[in-house]
Design a protein around this ligand. Structure first.
Ligand SMILES: [Zn+2]
Length: 300
């Protein structure tokens, strides 16, 4: 079941009803809001107009030879993968419908990999569809953008997330608690709900930033050392810190008791700016994650 972004999903259904599927699309918007799931369902919908849930296409989209998904490996999408995918796209549709390719985190394609699509997009042959999924659409080449139809997805409302969690069997209170800390990202909310450890991790990460901000440099480096180059974990921690610090700002502005008394309002803002910068670098490039993370820890 897909939650939120109802209007956008309606537009996608309309495209299929009108038999107006473009050759290239960009699904953009924040991380963990279900873009990939929406893309898969969109393709499923091309194969089964009723989305009946019963037929071969609805049940086994994952092994449908007419659909292919590329995901990055260690923060990179190799041009070789693109070449193979392009070859598959050029074959005749097995089910006589469409050949589709989804590229997840497509901003992680380097320029040469992105360029490899240009010819295909300039002179599309047969019924092909490429969906570029990205949370950084500004990193997709203009030449691709101008040939693709972009659909922009957004964060979900608090109530949408709560309702969905309740429909998964959560109590209302727990759903409210989780929606508060998942900042509009349904994927994150579901992870929190399914996994108690995630909640503990959330709380532990907040304790960490509070204590790190008064720790010696060697303690800070030890902390970074422990995480090594674990991109997902570092991003998870940065996300949690960012939300925590934003809340701190509100508390300070309205003169409530905040958790970090050693931080002034200006300092809190400064750290958030730095944090956003580092997060962007880690997410969108191939830098050494630990070193980037250390440069933030020094400034806490
Ligand atoms: Zn079906």
């Amino acid at each position: 079941m897909i939650v939120g972004n109802k209007k956008k999903i309606e537009i996608l259904k309309q495209i299929i009803r009108n038999d107006n599927v473009p050759h290239a699309m960009i699904f953009s918007g924040p991380e963990m809001i279900g873009k990939k799931k929406i893309a898969i369902d969109f393709i499923k919908n091309i194969f089964c107009k009723e989305l009946c849930g019963e037929c071969y296409f609805c049940k086994s989209i994952d092994c449908n030879p007419d659909m292919n998904i590329i995901s990055p490996v260690e923060g990179n999408i190799e041009i070789e993968e693109i070449r193979k995918a392009k070859e598959r796209l050029s074959l005749k549709s097995y089910h006589n419908k469409i050949k589709a390719l989804i590229i997840d985190d497509s901003h992680l394609m380097r320029k040469d990999a992105q360029n490899a699509f240009l010819k295909m997009l300039e002179e599309p042959k047969g019924d092909t569809l490429i969906i570029f999924i990205t949370s950084f659409p500004e990193m997709i080449l203009k030449t691709i953008k101008s040939r693709a139809q972009e659909v922009k997805f957004s964060l979900l409302g608090k109530e949408e997330i709560e309702n969905h969690l309740v429909s998964l069997g959560s109590s209302l209170q727990k759903a409210q608690e989780i929606s508060l800390i998942s900042s509009g990202q349904i994927g994150k909310a579901i992870n929190f709900f399914k996994d108690n450890d995630k909640m503990d991790f959330f709380n532990k990460s907040i304790e960490d930033i509070i204590s790190l901000s008064t720790s010696s440099m060697s303690k800070r480096f030890q902390y970074a050392e422990k995480l090594k180059d674990d991109k997902m974990k570092i991003i998870e921690i940065l996300d949690i810190w960012e939300r925590f610090l934003r809340r701190e700002i509100l508390l300070k502005v309205f003169n409530y008791k905040s958790s970090m008394n050693n931080y002034s309002l200006a300092k809190t803002k400064e750290v958030i700016d730095e944090l956003e910068k580092i997060k962007y670098i880690i997410e969108s490039s191939n830098v050494n994650k630990r070193i980037a993370f250390e440069s933030l820890l020094i400034k806490l």
